[in-house]
Every structure is written in C-alpha cells, then in structure tokens.
Design a binder for this molecule. Sequence first.
Ligand code: ADP
Ligand code: MG
Length: 323
Amino acid sequence: EDTINKIAAGEVIDRPASVVKELVENSIDAEATSITIDIKNGGKSLISVIDNGYGIMRDDLPYLFERHATSKINSIEDLMNIRTLGFRGEAMSSIVAVADIELESQSKDDSIGSRIIINSGRIIDKKEISTSIGTIVKVKNLFKNTPARLKFLKSDKTELNYITDIVEKIALSNSHIAIKYIVDDKIIFHTPGNGDLLSVIQCIFGTKTAKMMLPVDYSNQSLSIHGFTSKPELSKGNSNYIIFAINNRVVKNNMLKEAVKTAYRTLLMNNRYPISILNISINPKVIDVNVHPTKAEIKFADNKSVFNLIYYSISQVLNNSNM
Ligand code: ADP
Ligand code: MG
C-alpha cells in the first residue's frame, strides 16, 4: 500500500514545481483572492503556500491525505462539468507520501482552525488553533524517502526555473487573484489581483514589455478569447511565452501555439516568438481535461475551429496595429 502510494505519487509529483502547481491550484479552487508562494532552495527545503480561500473543514482533515479524497466531485454529472482545477483527489495524498507537511486551515464554516504535522506519512502533531480563514501548507524535505527521485532533481536554480515558470503562468491566467511570489526571502513579484491582466504582465515582464502588448478580445456564441499579444517587432528566442489558459486553467497545447505563430508568420513572412497571454473561455463540455493526471494537456471536440478562431483573432489584432 505504501509502495503503491509512492509510485502513484511519482506520477503527479515529480519535482518541486509540481508540488507548487498542485498547492496553488487547490488555493484557486478554494476561491482564494490572495495567495502567497514562498520558496527556499528551489523548493527542496521549503515550499509554502498561503491562501485566504474557504479553508478545510475540520471534519475533512483526517481524510485529506487519503487517495481519491476530493471534495470537488460528487457525481458523474460533476465530472462532465469540471470547473475546479482539481478533481482526482491525488495531490495531497501524493505529497504526503513523498514529503513532510505542515498544514493549518480554518474553514469559513468552523469556529476554530486546525494544525496538523505529518512526517514520513505519520501524524506527529494535531491540534486546534485559532487562525484566519484560509489555508497554509508547508512542504519540507521533498523526496527524502525516495532517493531515486531526489537524485533525479536538478540544481536549485533549475528547479526554481520550473517553479517560476508555473507561478508566472498561473498569475497570468488568474489576474483576479493577488499572487505574491517570494524566493529565498526576496519578493519576486506581487500582482494586484484586480483583474487587470496588463498589470500582471507588467509585474512579471516589466513596464517596457507591457507597453508592447496589444489587446486581444474576441467572442462568439461558443467561446471567447481575451488577453494580450505582443507587437510584431517583439520576438523572444522561443515559444515559451505563448501562454494559454482555458477557463483559468493553464494548459499546454501545441495546436494553439501553432495558431498564434502562424498568424505572425503569415503576416510578417517571418518566424516570430511573440509574448501572447490568451485566456479562453469555453463550455467545459466541449473540452477534455482528463487526458493526463496533471491535467496540463487538453483536447477539444473540434480542434480545427479553435485553431481558426485563434489564428483569426490574432491576425485581426496584428492587422489593425499600425505597423
Ligand atoms: P483535488 O484537488 O483533486 O480535490 P487534492 O488532493 O489536491 O485533490 O486535495 C484534496 C482535498 O483537500 C480537496 O478536494 C479540498 O477539499 C481540500 N483542500 C486541499 N487544499 C485546500 C485549500 N488550500 N483550501 C481548501 N481546501 C483544500
Ligand atoms: Mg488539487
């Protein structure tokens, strides 16, 4: 059973960045409006995520770390209609299988909060505390009991790059959440959380880049695309900055990237690596997020029309910008 958990954990949690992703997604699912992410030594010595979401009910705490413990799916109907980022109930059980955890939470529906410390899968302390509504999760000593995984980790700097990449993408896809990102005691960025994507772009990429961005706003009956794409003269070295979120979920999808690149290429007769931050809203029924446990990949019922709409909306914006 312990082994099975560790193997299963390896699928969801393969490096510090995946812990960060899962914890922050839980905060978002808990409707947090403010999230603080604190990282030490590339996440190897500390990953801390603090949110002001609705918190964890005291009665749910004992089950939180069991596999398939999720409060987000009650029926098949729910599964077809996923609006939360999590739904498998695998992250917390996976993290606890490979790291030490300290968790504090106070639910909006309880009068008192709880604090629990779990080391090597064993509860070593549990008590009632009074705290503010929300959740604090601290993850320490990642992979200490799985030496093979520990050895596979790269330098602190490289692991931090993976984390920063995820935190940036989450911040860009959730401009309505104030995200504070702290690395080795230094604040890297703090987004305002007022829904203004351009100010998030400014926080992350700087004022100069923010001034190079053109707004993208398209919608029809089936989907809408909102965001920013860079002026034609800006080109990064790779397509890492073409970022998509679908219903506020950061997704990987090469078809979508290709649509953006094709729009630039067609117009400029030249390859460009723009910065494009595009948030797509679409009926969850026409997408399938269930492709991979980390849910980063996504499939559409109708690929071709989504490609065309992205291509079309980016082309429009580029055409209208006076070049
Ligand atoms: P999932 O997100 O797929 O439901 P997880 O293993 O990530 O599964 O989390 C298990 C459960 O723990 C969630 O369904 C939720 O009820 C609770 N939970 C975890 N983190 C938080 C949080 N920050 N705020 C509120 N509830 C949380
Ligand atoms: Mg989750």
